[in-house]
Design a protein around this ligand. Structure first.
Ligand code: CMP
Length: 142
């Protein structure tokens, strides 16, 4: 993948429900230094079993989340996020994620930035845990 030369501007970020409570300033402060990464269709963001070092927000495009080629867990689009589970649990990535659109733009949030954000905004940490629980439950039940 390619690291964009432009840093993600606030305008580049879609409406992200997870962060809807964050003041504008906090957005700039936390995400300004995060790289914006481009993925072509079919390109892998990370592989199941790898170590989690970052969390991703979909700015543009879409991805699919799968355990095995024929076992898709989810399809996610603009404004959605993924990669929170490994960061919250310390466990390896539970699924592989790959781009399903010609140009997928992902904001890559390093674990340290997410940890800092979660400490400062406990509601973000709570919301993340809730997503994590819901997703785990979905996977167990499917
Ligand atoms: P992580 O385990 O770090 O890496 C794979 C990611 O896929 C995982 O975090 C979640 O963010 C995401 N994921 C797993 N299961 C689902 C699901 N059922 N719905 C949406 N996203 C999921």
């Amino acid at each position: 993948e390619e690291v964009s030369s432009r840093t993600p501007s606030l305008e580049a970020l879609p409406d992200i429900p997870l962060f809807s409570d964050l003041p504008r300033d906090a957005f700039i402060e936390f995400f300004e230094g995060c790289p914006l990464r481009h993925f072509a269709r079919g390109q892998q963001v990370f592989e199941r079993g790898s170590r989690g070092t970052a969390f991703y927000v979909i700015c543009e495009g879409s991805v699919r989340v799968f355990r095995d080629a024929d076992k898709e867990l989810a399809a996610l689009g603009s404004g959605a996020f993924f990669g929170e589970m490994a960061l919250l649990s310390g466990a390896p990535r539970m699924a592989t994620v790959e781009s399903t659109s010609d140009e997928t733009l992902l904001l890559e949030v390093p674990a340290s930035v997410l940890a800092h954000l979660s400490r400062r905004y406990p509601q973000v940490a709570r919301a993340l845990k809730k997503f994590c629980r819901d997703r785990l439950l979905t996977n167990v039940m499917s």
